[in-house]
Design a protein around this ligand. Structure first.
Ligand code: UGA
Length: 481
């Protein structure tokens, strides 16, 4: 059976290593951070990912999975080496590839047998070709080293499932041997029905970034519609539902609210702009700048409205209780988190901010030590003038608004993720606001359209001037400014 090394054991690498062990392989994970390698060797996952601690600890215990810091050991051990190192944003948003190059520099000169190196990190198109040249320079005489690109599509919070049962497998290859080896590695998910796309290196690289750019586009599209909804009395959640019924569009990633964040979508959109510009095709992706701009406007909008509620941007006064710091639920990741960004911006404007997140307090405190963090939602909301719901953890949907009204000072909540049920909040006397979404008590009398018999009565100028039932309903609707 093939032996596997996974180089870089951050979020992607640790999950991939445990997943490969679960698929039956002997796996060595390598990280240049000894503390991380030691923690993983002890079966501890240093981030929040449902199901991963059990999987990882199980395979460390059964001996199929181990971790270390030596690329020389990896070179001697494995037949297939997965590159899972980070490609963080560098100059002008372009991806910084230095970790990929130093992994190859540490690995390839020490290879003792023919092998396959598989890139999983997200890279600008053209990277694999450049790495092929580097490998050719570094490979020991007589050793044949193949390079393939196998981008990863796992979602944080669902990483274990996505690793064991990927919704597609993309193999960018240049030789039949590389395809054969990847088919061996993924034999179990392929047998279970995961579709395989075989292609060349640049297509594989581009599939990954374009998938993330497309997802970002969907989110910013619906958020742009939310801006229009706010101005017109339309409802973005119903709009998204109706769009989603068209299966050419689909309902997923049409969740309007605070916009996207995390370590992938924002960075990948900017890296694609940077790479296209380098290639002289900046105009082709000009629209992605708008996608980014719409996304950042969502955060500004919540900050502006909150400051407005607290007496204005110049001299805001009061307390804000914030629900959520992670960039999305089921994660403790705060990289480019919209929630944390809003908290930091409000704090910088002079507002007294207290944050609660079910999982991300540690990482959030590390990057924003100036903020106050509470151990419970109720503690974060203590004497708050405004409450912001910024990360849609399920447990926030189960909060008791009647109890929380006794805790706060001002009963205003902005549901910036459009996922809370307004009814219990309104019933408990809260001023419930949302983003692009109509908020009305379910008990409100519905405006039933009157079907008039033909001929339609003529409408006079006086009729038009009088407030219609719809206008009256709109007046009752509490919505954001
Ligand atoms: C994303 C992709 O979904 C994965 O397929 C990909 O493998 C991964 O990036 C990566 O490149 O590694 P992830 O960053 O885990 O996964 O998060 P998503 O679930 O895509 O959510 C991204 C952001 O969009 C979150 O802040 C989320 O709150 C936001 N979002 C998502 C919305 O605002 N509205 C939606 O309808 C959906």
């Amino acid at each position: 059976m093939l032996r596997i090394s996974v180089i870089g054991t951050g979020y992607l690498g640790a999950t991939h290593a445990a997943g490969m062990a679960e698929l039956g392989f002997e796996v060595l994970g390598v990280d240049n951070n000894p503390a991380k390698a030691a923690s993983l060797s002890a079966g501890r996952v240093p981030f929040h990912e449902p199901g991963l601690p059990e999987l990882l600890a199980g395979h460390v215990a059964d001996g199929r999975l181990r971790f270390g810091t030596s690329l020389v050991e990896a070179a001697e051990f494995a037949d297939v080496h997965f590159l899972c190192v980070g490609t963080p944003p560098g100059v002008n948003g372009a991806a910084d590839l230095s970790q990929l190059y130093s992994a190859l520099d540490g690995l390839v000169p020490h290879l003792t047998r023919n092998c396959l190196i598989v890139g999983k990190s997200t890279v600008p198109v053209g990277t694999a070709e450049a790495l092929t040249s580097r490998i050719a320079e570094l490979a020991p005489d007589g050793i044949s080293v193949d390079l393939a690109w196998n981008p990863e599509f796992l979602r944080e919070g669902h990483a274990v499932y996505d690793t064991l049962r990927p919704n597609r497998l993309v193999f960018g290859v240049t030789t039949p041997d590389a395809e054969w080896a990847l088919r061996q590695v993924y034999a179990t998910p392929i047998a279970a029905g995961s579709p395989v796309v075989i292609t060349n290196l640049p297509t594989a690289e581009l599939i990954k970034v374009s998938a993330n750019a497309f997802l970002a586009t969907k989110i910013s599209f619906i958020n742009a519609m939310a801006e229009l909804c706010d101005l017109t009395g339309a409802d973005v959640t119903l709009l998204a539902d109706a769009l989603g019924h068209d299966d050419r569009i689909g309902r997923k990633f049409l969740g309007a609210g605070l916009g996207y964040g995390g370590g992938c979508l924002p960075k990948d959109v900017r890296a694609l702009i940077a790479r296209a510009t380098e290639l002289g095709a900046g105009e082709s992706v000009e629209f992605l700048r708008d996608i980014d701009a719409v996304n950042l406007r969502r955060r500004e909008r919540v900050v502006r409205e909150t400051l407005g509620l607290l007496g204005g941007a110049l001299r805001p006064s009061g307390r804000v209780g914030i629900l959520g710091a992670a960039f999305k639920p089921l994660s403790d990741d705060v990289r480019d988190s919209p929630a944390l960004d809003v908290a930091v911006q409000l704090h910088a404007a002079g507002v007294d901010v207290t944050v609660f997140d079910p999982a991300a307090t540690g990482p959030a405190r590390a990057v924003a030590p100036q903020l106050v963090f509470a151990a419970t939602a109720a503690a974060a909301l203590h004497e708050a003038d405004v409450v912001l719901h910024l990360t849609e953890w399920r447990e926030f949907q189960e909060l008791d608004p009647a109890f929380l009204r006794t805790v706060v000072r001002g009963r205003v909540i902005i549901d910036a993720r459009n996922t809370l049920d307004p009814e219990p909040w309104l019933a408990a006397g809260w001023d419930f606001r949302a983003l692009g979404r109509l908020v009305e008590p379910r008990t409100a009398p519905r405006v039933v359209p009157v079907v008039t018999p033909y001929p339609t009565p003529s409408v006079t100028a006086r009729d038009l001037a009088a407030p219609s039932p719809l206008t009256r309903l709109r007046a009752r609707v509490r919505r954001t400014a």
